[in-house]
Design a protein around this ligand. Structure first.
Ligand SMILES: Nc1ncnc2c1ncn2[C@@H]1O[C@H](COP(=O)(O)OP(=O)(O)O)[C@@H](O)[C@H]1O
Ligand SMILES: N[C@@H](CC(=O)OP(=O)(O)O)C(=O)O
Length: 448
């Protein structure tokens, strides 16, 4: 049995849905179909999810977001029209979105999540209706009915482990199950969405729950490429990646697959296959536990912007018991998490996502570090990009760091920090945000 997830780009128009249908029915093993909300039809388009977020925010500001809901509904209507799906389906979708828009706003986060989730929920109904109209046994199944139970952990949606056992029963449903991605229900019956692009997570949870043989993730590229194809043209496609490599690369910026979507499939030993809806004959990329051929030290290079670093220096920091704890406690007081902590004898650097520093949080954090920890020096650097060079082969190859540093030096990119850390499959370089693309191109040409 296979779980097939289709992303927003695969569901943006009637023409795309036709391709999805052909793919699903061409393999009887494709039993569970997870869908996102309609995505962009071209590069200037807006995703349905973004329209829904804007509509919710307008309502919460006391403005009227109804015109945005009309835009959203017209997206479903044009798909339905292209595919000759009964108008009553669109009437139902319109009513549902209007009810969500005018729902109780006492808890703004819950209100926003419910409206956002409507994008995938209504799309699953539309896709199931389309499959039925072509004479195929298919049904929409709601995550609450299926038992996809989630919880809110400090603002992050996490699946509850008991969901997996409940979801197993989906195996026995008749025909094809069309399941909306991106959200689940709390034990109290509230809708909670995963983070953006979270339908990949739903697909992985379902693959684990039904103990699928394969989790197929259909998108709009022939493969996961060694670098972001928007930064280097025609980059090398990757045939096989390990879970660990993909986890590092998706965390560090490969937006093609959500970084939280690997763990459920990985825990159940289910391989993930990333494929192209627009070219299903292409080989795609398989994500597996181990791969035989390491093909040189590096398999991919990812990057992400929007980081800052706090450098703290204090003579004899290494001898001071509790220094790290006190430092991290200050961050905790402001609800700030860290990404990396490279350290030396007398110094430590905290690398954080800059957007967490709301209001005067940064000022307060710095002043407390200075006062409470009696630091000799505290410096903040903004607008950093982190570049992750990843590959299982790195463990067996000598000189990879030297090659990377040389390539960056030749491209005149100053390395702000290096962290080889405890991960055996990656090394990280911090560079100024404006050097990100130059750095990626230089590293790509060095290793590929
Ligand atoms: N290394 C990479 N390999 C392939 N695609 C990548 C990579 N890095 C970023 N991308 C981008 O990810 C996009 C696919 O992800 P996404 O837009 O979320 O698709 P979907 O609509 O299927 O969810 C590609 O079109 C590509 O622009
Ligand atoms: N529609 C949601 C969830 C999702 O997974 O979408 P996509 O498959 O288009 O990345 C979002 O835009 O975040």
């Amino acid at each position: 049995m296979k779980v097939a997830k289709f992303g927003g780009s695969s569901l943006a128009s009637g023409e795309q849905l036709r391709k999805v249908f052909e793919i699903v029915v061409s393999d009887p093993e494709r039993k569970i179909v997870v869908v996102s909300a309609p995505g962009k039809r071209n590069s200037d388009d807006i995703k349905v999810t973004d329209l829904l977020i804007e509509a919710a925010e307008q309502q919460l500001r006391g403005e009227n977001g109804e015109y945005l809901i009309e835009d959203v509904v017209s997206r479903y209507a044009s798909i339905a029209e292209e595919l000759d799906i009964s108008e009553s389906v669109i009437t139902g979708i319109h009513e549902n979105f209007m009810a969500l828009l005018h729902a109780d706003q006492t808890n703004p986060k819950r209100y926003l999540d419910a409206l956002k989730a409507g994008g995938e929920d209504n799309n699953a109904k539309l896709v199931a209706g389309y499959f039925q109209s072509l004479g195929v046994e298919a049904q929409y199944i709601n995550p609450k009915k299926a038992g996809l139970i989630v919880t809110d952990e400090g603002g992050f949606t996490r699946v509850l482990p008991e969901s997996y056992d409940r979801l197993y029963a989906l195996r026995d449903e008749p025909g094809i199950v069309v399941f909306p991605g991106f959200f689940g229900y709390t034990l109290d019956g509230d809708v909670l969405t995963f983070s953006r692009s979270g339908s990949d997570i739903t697909g992985s949870i379902l693959a684990n729950g039904v103990k699928a043989d394969l989790y197929e993730n259909f998108t709009d590229v022939d493969a996961v490429y060694a670098v972001n194809p928007n930064v280097v043209s025609n980059p090398k496609g990757i045939r096989e990646l390990t879970y660990r490599e993909m986890r590092e690369l998706s965390y560090a910026g490969f937006s093609v697959f959500h970084d939280e979507a690997l763990i459920p499939a990985f825990r159940a030993g289910i391989p993930v296959h990333i494929q192209n809806t627009n070219n299903p004959a292409a080989q795609g990329t398989r994500i597996v536990n181990t791969r035989d051929n390491t093909n040189g030290p590096v398999i991919g290079i990812a990057s992400d912007k929007g980081f800052c670093s706090i450098y703290i220096s204090k003579y004899l920091m290494n001898r001071e018991v509790g220094f790290g704890r006190k430092l991290l406690h200050i961050l905790e007081d402001y609800g700030v998490s860290y990404e990396h902590i490279p350290s030396g004898i007398d110094d430590v650097t905290l690398i954080l996502r800059q957007d967490q520093m709301k209001g005067d949080a940064e000022k307060k954090i710095i002043s407390r570090i200075k006062k409470e920890l009696h630091a000799d020096e505290v410096n903040v650097e903004h607008d950093l990009a982190l570049i992750m060079v990843v590959g299982e082969g790195m463990r067996h190859n000598v000189g990879t760091t030297a090659r990377a540093s040389k390539a960056l030096a030749e491209a005149k990119v100053n390395i702000e920090m290096i962290n080889q850390g405890s991960s055996e499959v990656s090394m990280m370089f911090g560079v100024k945000g404006h050097n990100e693309e130059t750095a990626i191109q230089a590293l790509y040409h060095e290793f590929f």
